[in-house]
Ligand binder design. Structure first.
Ligand code: HEC
Length: 121
C-alpha cells in the first residue's frame, strides 16, 4: 500500500510538472530547441535562464540588449569570440565549439527570453 501511495505521489508530481510547462505558454518547441542547443554546447554549465551562475542569467542578457537583428549579430559574435568586462570581472572564453549557425540560433533564442520573463512572477 505504501508503495502504491508513493507511485501515486510521483505520478501526481509529474502531472503537475507537465501542467506547469503547458501553462508557461512560450515554452514551446522553439524554446525547448534553444535549451537543447545550449545544453549541447555546454552553455548551461555557466549560464542559467533566470539567474546568474558564473555568467549572467540569460533573461538579463535579453533585457539588456533588446530583441533586434543587430543584437542577434552582436551576441552571436560575443558567443564565438568570447566576452570580457560587460557583466563583471569574469570573462567568457571564446566558445570554439559553436558553429556560426548555432551561435546565431543561440543568440536569437536568448533574446527571445525577455518575453518569457514577463510571464514569470
Ligand atoms: C566558462 C563559463 C561560460 C561558458 C561555458 C559560457 N559562458 Fe557565456 N558568459 C560567461 C561569463 C562570465 C559572461 C560575462 C562576460 C562579460 O562580463 O563580458 C558571459 C556572457 C555571455 C553573453 C553576453 C555577452 C555580452 O556581450 O554581453 C552571452 C550572450 C553568453 N554569455 C552566451 C553564452 C552561450 C550561448 C554559451 C554556450 C555556447 C556560453 N555563453 C557559454 C560565462 C560562460
Amino acid at each position: 500500500m505504501v508503495v502504491i501511495a508513493y507511485f501515486r505521489a510521483v505520478a501526481m508530481a509529474c502531472a503537475a510538472f507537465i501542467g506547469s510547462l503547458a501553462m508557461a505558454g512560450p515554452l514551446n518547441a522553439e524554446t525547448l530547441g534553444g535549451v537543447a542547443l545550449a545544453q549541447k554546447n555546454n552553455c548551461l554549465s555557466c549560464h542559467n535562464v533566470d539567474r546568474k551562475v558564473v555568467g549572467p542569467g540569460l533573461i538579463d542578457i535579453a533585457k539588456r540588449y533588446g530583441n533586434s537583428a543587430e543584437s542577434v549579430d552582436y551576441l552571436a559574435r560575443s558567443i564565438m569570440e568570447g566576452s570580457q568586462g560587460k557583466w563583471g570581472p569574469v570573462p567568457m572564453p571564446r566558445q570554439v565549439q559553436v558553429s556560426p549557425r548555432d551561435a546565431n540560433a543561440l543568440a536569437s533564442w536568448i533574446l527571445s527570453l525577455q518575453d518569457e520573463a514577463q510571464l514569470d512572477p
